[in-house]
Design a protein around this ligand. Structure first.
Ligand SMILES: Nc1ncnc2c1ncn2[C@@H]1O[C@H](COP(=O)(O)OP(=O)(O)OP(=O)(O)O)[C@@H](O)[C@H]1O
Length: 586
């Protein structure tokens, strides 16, 4: 195949040994095919032409049976190697996709539809199977065996050799024409499948919203349109595939017919060749065309796979960075962060999600070890973005985030994230039990007692005690639902297991009931006793408690200092605090 994608080339280069094995087995298969035809022709010649007794050809027949068995074994071997190549390639591709998704920058992983990504990671990678399990073995066979048969035919009867030489190119020529058409169609099919999966997952996730706004019917129609688009794209490919098979069969039948006619004329009219040779040639010709025909079918599935592989490649390119890309946080150095509250400095940090979009400018800022800082500002002023920059989830366009005096990128990624707990407004709860969900915070094996203790410290014990299965209750997708406050307490329990040196906390904007708020507040305070804490704060209480306040205004760090000082110095801040006091949102 001409335009081998770099991903396939990468996979093939890692499978050289298997390719060599495939070549050797194909060569042996070629020899077995020719030997089988030779032995069969000899047996028929002796029994039917020379009228020899069956017992005199017993050895010949036994030999023929063994060659047939060897041929079957060789074919099986080729199949196994193809399957092993496919399994290794798929595992590699899937792990590159997952690695890219987990290690890429946050904005790039958020781009595009989740359903589309799932479809590429699962279906498209699966579709790549036939390239390695079917296409590659057939191509290697096609490069060796037909040439061998052609050479033998030329030696036996040059005329047939010329007929084969003349008719055979029609098959690859036809394959190339069909293949070119299928390639575009299969890429189209994958685009349709990704769109279909994306729309479907989006609709499932937003089912409640769609129902509330009376849009479920419209969405249903959109899903129907997407699925019909996918059906049409698949049917188009099948149409091409069926026409392909029909045309290939016709070419093969016609070619064998021409050879048989020529042999019959030579044998019966001109009597210029012995029966043995004519029969042997007649046995070899269908083998020759069968191989080319199989290659044609393999070529078609290879093309379909290429479309899928291209989709995977495209997704890897969209996520960005090479395999094993460094995250925004760091990972370039082996410097390990010690488990103690770090100091954080921002030096002229400038960030943009994309050219022309929201811009953030912050610095200089200095946060001492163990300090509690609140980021405040109006909605959309860039508070969460600033928190993500400090966490190392986003990378500044220019400027630096310094941790303990060294740029964040110089700290080993794992040791950095080991020290950080980030409690977002909507923590992700995985499908599993309470205990399993809490345990992921530790990153090590933890005892039941440690989990129970963390749940208690996070203020979850009353809730858990009220459940029939306690910590073994299923939560997350498919399990028991949790309220916003409960989810945050579960995230806190994870943090209690981790005992981080830096706590990043996105305080809930929606009002929790007083009791939940108090539980959360006291748990957070207990957790932050030996840590540096940066909170995106919405409550006046949290703001007042902070040692230092960063006031964000339209993406710019407008002022920094203690609450009382900012009240006096910054009129916009005083205004915001006044609204807060009245009960409005910050
Ligand atoms: N992934 C993204 N790509 C492009 N723009 C984004 C992205 N995420 C956020 N923004 C934009 O950046 C700006 C700041 O967002 P950010 O979430 O930091 O604000 P915020 O102050 O935390 O707001 P809130 O208090 O409402 O949560 C907003 O205008 C938002 O639309």
């Amino acid at each position: 195949m001409k335009s081998k994608t770099s991903l396939i080339a990468e996979q093939m280069s890692g499978q050289r040994k298997r390719l060599v094995m495939l070549t050797l087995l194909s060569l042996m298969l070629g020899i077995a095919i020719v030997s089988q035809a030779g032995l069969l022709a000899e047996a028929v010649q002796r029994v039917f032409v020379e009228k020899a007794s069956l017992s005199s050809v017993a050895l010949l027949l036994a030999l023929l049976l063994s060659v047939m068995a060897i041929r079957t074994l060789l074919l099986y071997g080729n199949g196994r190697i193809g399957l092993a190549m496919a399994a290794a390639a798929k595992a590699n591709m899937r792990s590159s996709v997952l690695q890219k998704l987990t290690r890429a920058s946050m904005p790039s992983t958020l781009r595009g539809q989740t359903g589309g990504k799932v479809s590429v990671a699962l279906d498209a990678v699966d579709e790549a199977d036939s390239y390695f399990s079917h296409y590659m073995p057939r191509m290697v066979e096609a490069a060796i065996i037909p040439v061998l048969i052609l050479a033998v035919t030329f030696v036996l009867h040059a005329n047939t050799g010329f007929i084969l030489l003349f008719t055979a190119p029609f098959i690859p020529l036809f394959m190339i024409l069909v293949g070119l058409q299928t390639k575009n169609k299969s890429e189209e099919k994958y685009a349709q499948l990704a769109e279909f999966s994306g729309t479907f997952l989006d609709s499932l996730q937003g089912l409640v919203t769609l129902e509330i706004f009376g849009q479920s019917r419209r969405q249903q129609q959109q899903i129907e349109r997407s699925s019909l688009g996918y059906r049409d794209a698949t049917m188009d490919i099948l149409k091409v595939a069926f026409t392909n098979t029909f045309m290939l069969e016709s070419i093969v039948m016609l070619s064998i017919g021409i050879v048989a006619l020529e042999l019959a004329i030579q044998l019966l009219v001109f009597k210029s060749m012995p029966f043995h040779t004519a029969f042997l040639v007649l046995l070899l010709v269908p083998e020759f065309f069968n191989l080319l025909k199989n290659t044609g079918t393999a070529f078609h599935s290879g093309r379909t796979s290429m479309g899928a592989v291209r989709k995977v490649e495209q997704m890897l390119a969209e996520i960005g960075g090479g395999t094993g890309a460094q995250p925004e946080g760091g990972g370039q150095s082996s410097a390990k962060l010690l488990k103690m509250p770090p100091s954080i400095e921002l030096k002229d940090v400038h960030f943009q999600y994309a050219p022309g979009s929201f811009e953030l400018k912050a610095g200089p800022v200095s946060i001492g070890p163990g300090q509690h800082v609140a980021i405040v500002g109006h909605s959309g002023s860039g508070k969460t973005t600033l928190l993500h920059l400090i966490a190392g989830l986003l990378k500044p366009v220019s400027g630096t985030v310094l941790v303990n005096g060294s740029p964040l990128s110089e700290w080993e990624e794992d040791s950095w994230f080991e020290q950080v707990s980030y409690i977002t407004q909507h923590p992700y709860i995985f499908a599993g039990t309470f205990a399993e969900n809490i345990a992921i915070g530790a990153g090590r094996k933890v005892s039941r007692e440690e989990i129970r203790q963390a749940a208690e410290e996070a203020g979850l014990s009353t809730l858990v005690a009220g459940l029939e299965q306690g910590l073994d209750t299923y939560v997350g997708e498919g399990g028991r639902g949790l309220s916003g406050g409960e989810k945050q307490r579960l995230a806190l329990a994870r943090a209690f297991l981790k005992r981080p040196a830096l706590i990043l906390f996105d305080e809930p904007t929606v009002g929790l009931d007083l009791q939940t708020e108090q539980i959360l507040q006291s748990s957070i305070t207990a957790l932050a006793r030996n840590a540096t804490m940066i909170t995106v704060a919405h409550r006046l209480y949290t703001i007042r408690q902070a040692d230092h306040i960063l006031f964000m205004d339209h993406g710019v760090l407008a002022a920094a200092g203690p609450h009382d000082e900012l009240l006096e110095r910054v009129p916009q801040y005083a205004e915001m605090a006044r609204i807060q006091r009245k009960g409005g949102s910050a």
